[in-house]
Design a protein around this ligand. Structure first.
Ligand SMILES: [Zn+2]
Length: 185
């Protein structure tokens, strides 16, 4: 059985909402009640900041991982503006990001993340190297340079025989957290 969840971020999540989600959210109850699961697919933004938690997605993934253990693969579809943290990379098996801004590849990215989850379900699991790259934040539109070439390179690198998945995240500087900044995975 597969369970799909979708959570979108828009501005700072207030403390009471985050704490309510921590205690007994419908998603968390649904998740635990649905065990055993073959895999989890999440459609997240990546830059959720609460009043008292900078890394909303990392916190969510950590809680899910603690609830389900390490035998259930998790694949996550994310906005390229996601602020990707070590916590998210630890608790998710796949982090797959959009390659366009304006975002016109949301469905395609979701499909890529879902297909990777299917591969993970068939026992393919291994750590992937990560590098934090320095992208210019002022020119993020992928229809013009330099972002156009950056994301063309991301697509080309993913075609390499030994590459399972390649994503590059600009991050969301307006979140004003320590983890703001570009990340490629
Ligand atoms: Zn975005």
């Amino acid at each position: 059985m597969l369970l799909g969840l979708e959570i979108l971020a828009d501005g700072a999540t207030v403390r009471v909402v985050m704490e309510a989600a921590r205690r007994k959210s419908p998603a968390q109850c649904c998740l635990v009640a649905s065990l055993p699961l073959d895999g989890i697919f999440l459609d997240l933004h990546g830059a959720m900041v609460a009043e008292h938690v900078d890394d909303g997605e990392g916190e969510l993934l950590s809680r899910i991982r603690r609830a389900i253990g390490y035998d259930v693969p998790i694949s996550v579809c994310l906005d390229l503006h996601g602020n990707i943290t070590e916590q998210s990379m630890t608790d998710a098996d796949m982090l797959v990001g959009y390659r366009t801004y304006p975002h016109i590849d949301m469905a395609v990215t979701g499909r890529r993340a879902a297909e990777l989850l299917d591969r993970l379900r068939r026992a393919f699991r291994q750590g992937l190297p990560t590098d934090r790259l320095s992208h210019p934040h002022l020119w993020q539109c992928t229809m013009v340079e330099p972002a156009k070439s950056i994301y063309a390179l991301v697509g080309a690198l993913e075609e390499k025989p030994d590459m399972v998945s390649m994503s590059s995240f600009f991050g969301f500087p307006a979140a004003y957290i320590a983890a703001c900044g570009a990340m490629s995975r």
